[in-house]
Write a protein that binds this ligand. Structure first.
Ligand code: 4AZ
Length: 233
């Protein structure tokens, strides 16, 4: 998160993190969102390739520190079938954990935006994560920033020469100072009143005033999410 503020997990208790196994231990890879006792929502690009060996991923919850928290082994990952690494379309996935996530002050699920939810342009939303800041590399502390929803038309204009903004994407930005998600925040939440409306997906750089942050629209994929939740629960 660039130009965000340090936050305690109790302010964003739906924030989760994915860690991947490396030769030296577990390493932060992506953000995620607690949506039930059995699953977290993330980006497809965060879980693609782990279908055959989900044991090399773990989910951490309940922590304001990148390398702490309560961890759960991953039972299965479900990247969206239509995910394309070329267009970054359908960048959403579900992670089923082993056991049951225990809710409390530091771990609480976010609501899933309903299908066809209209989010007015200019709506303020909070994006959070353990990703890069403008100052250091990966942040070791949880940060959050307020960003405003940008219209599809304006976002498409910004990305005219770089990519296509599909109906499954939603954009958000903030200026003076520019605030944005960044590398390592991917898969994490964009939230309005405890409802997750977006998943950090992509963008051209971070906090570049010419390029809004691009999120996967949770409302657009609401039916897809619920169908997999039924499978997991
Ligand atoms: C990334 O590389 C990334 N500014 C995530 C979010 C944004 C850019 C890049 C949005 O994971």
């Amino acid at each position: 998160i660039v130009n965000g503020e340090l936050v305690d997990i109790t302010e964003v208790p739906y924030q989760a993190a994915l860690r991947r196994k490396t030769t030296s231990g577990w390493s932060h890879s992506c953000g995620a969102v607690v949506i039930s006792t059995k699953s977290v929502l993330t980006a497809a690009h965060c879980v693609i390739g782990y279908q055959t060996d989900p044991s090399s991923l773990i989910v951490a919850v309940g922590t304001s520190l990148r390398s702490e928290g309560i961890t759960y082994a991953v039972a299965s990952v479900y990247p969206h079938e239509g995910y394309s690494s070329v267009t970054v379309d359908n960048d959403i996935g579900l992670v089923a954990i082993t056991g049951t996530i225990k809710f409390g002050e530091t771990v609480m699920p976010a609501n899933i935006a309903p299908s066809l939810l209209q989010i007015p342009v200019g709506t303020q939303a909070i994006v959070s994560g353990f990703g890069r800041t403008e100052y250091d590399g990966q942040s070791s502390n949880l940060r959050a920033a307020l960003v405003s929803i940008v219209s599809q038309k304006e976002c498409a204009m910004s990305y005219l020469n770089l990519g296509v903004i599909t109906p499954g994407m939603i954009c958000a930005a903030a200026n003076n100072p520019p605030r944005d998600a960044c590398q390592g925040d991917s898969g994490g939440p964009l939230v309005v009143t405890n409802t997750v409306i977006g998943i950090v997906s992509w963008g051209e750089g971070c906090a570049n005033s010419s390029y809004p942050g691009v999120y996967t629209s949770v409302s657009y994929f609401s039916a897809w999410i619920h169908s997999y939740l039924d499978l997991i629960e």
